[in-house]
Design a protein around this ligand. Sequence first.
Ligand code: GTP
Length: 386
Amino acid sequence: MAFLSKLKDRLFKSSSRLEEGLDAIVEDGGEEISETQSEAPAEASEKTETPQAPPSPEPPAAEVAPAAIEPEPRVEPTAAAPKVPEKPVEKPSLLGRLTGRQPAKPVIKRTLDDDMLEQLEELLIASDMGVDTALRVTANIAEGRFGKKVSTEEIKQILSDEVARIMETVAKPLPLYPQTPQVVLVVGVNGSGKTTTIGKLASQFKDAGKSVVIAAGDTFRAAAVEQLQVWGDRAGVPVLTAPEGSDPASLAFDAMTKAQEMGADLLMIDTAGRLQNRQDLMEELAKIVRVIRKKDETAPHNTLLVLDATTGQNALSQVETFQKLADVSGLVMTKLDGTAKGGVLVALADKFGLPIHAIGVGEKIDDLAPFDPHDFAQALTGVEKT
Ligand SMILES: Nc1nc2c(ncn2[C@@H]2O[C@H](COP(=O)(O)OP(=O)(O)OP(=O)(O)O)[C@@H](O)[C@H]2O)c(=O)[nH]1
């Protein structure tokens, strides 16, 4: 699947770290077993199969998932590419030819014991899953498999299933409500990717036929407003601004009036991300909410917290902080491309259970993908999709 390979390619740092770690763990203390002698895979033994989610039903009409990443064209080797010398074909043995059996491939398997579980725990912690989640995941891996021999491929698959099971409950597109304008407050620390995410979301909703208005609520930084305007232009969506230093709540009120007059479907409000003075920020966010409720007492309908995956475990404390500052309803995780800290998403899902609406996998306008727990788990653990 092209999306998986793209995600995997972009998540390569997390994936390769886990993959290499799992290879090393199985090799360390494992033994070569030819496939014909090897016992039934541990996964198929006592452990009850991880319940695979039934193919998800079509999302209700009210929900719109951000468009998935375009499949990448397959790169065919060019004529100029150096030729790889062909491997000499191995002749099967006489017995093999007579019985039609292929020679057994040696596979390294290791007994899943306390030592191996401890190493797995350490690897998961090093992959930013956090101590609690790492302990829970390894306990689940051990259940019904303790003392059995596992190969690298088996352990990757088991881990991938565990990760997918945790993530399935949080993978939810941003819900769309019939009431308009739907107000989406976007919060997060400076630099987490709020502006970029607003631009990407606005573009996707516009493509889905929705009319969108953006309000540049971080009125303290002229550069932030300019950036948002650039993204608004790219997405073809109006951006409402106010003079530098003016009251963000007053801008939010004006934006709400304008969005209502225009009959807009969505109003996305950018906010400041200065955590240096939490009290000020809390008051600022509370004031924005108070004034938009004068226009619609059910607003904001979503409060999106944008998190930067490269901050690793720090993302956990950002969720805690922003939950105190605002009524966070869902997450967008940015910069999952090229970070070795993708495992933090598992810790976030396990600890907070907040919906993950989308993931950012690049700086371009279409680099925002719906969060797919199975693709993510496979990309993270290095499982080859069959
Ligand atoms: N690689 C990568 N870069 C991203 C992604 N999302 C955002 N960025 C980059 O991260 C940087 C910060 O993004 P912004 O959208 O400006 O972040 P912000 O939270 O609005 O920051 P302030 O304007 O300072 O509040 C920019 O250079 C973006 O191009 C992503 O998914 N992948």
